[in-house]
Design a protein around this ligand. Structure first.
Ligand code: SF4
Length: 78
């Protein structure tokens, strides 16, 4: 489960976030390219834009459920 106290600093504010457990597998960036991107220097993902419509929201949920290390969190899904 993602830890809100340990999120990557580049995440934009909002319901979805990536925490420091990310292993840079690329799944979320492939699944929800409008919302996730890579921090190239450190090698991890973060939210550069929160979902703004149902399609993007569904892609973010799919990315969260598919993340192999559960590094993606969603405050709205509690
Ligand atoms: S799916 Fe999870 S581990 Fe893979 S890049 Fe995204 S946040 Fe990191």
């Amino acid at each position: 489960m993602a830890d809100k106290e340990d999120i990557n600093p580049e995440n934009v504010a909002g319901t979805f976030y990536v925490d420091s457990q990310c292993i840079d597998c690329d799944l979320c960036r492939e699944t929800a390219p409008n919302n996730f991107t890579r921090e190239d220097d450190e090698g991890y993902s973060y939210l550069y834009k929160q979902p703004e419509n149902d399609d993007e929201r569904e892609q973010c949920v799919e990315a969260m459920e598919g993340c192999p290390v559960e590094a993606i969190g969603d405050d709205g899904a509690k």
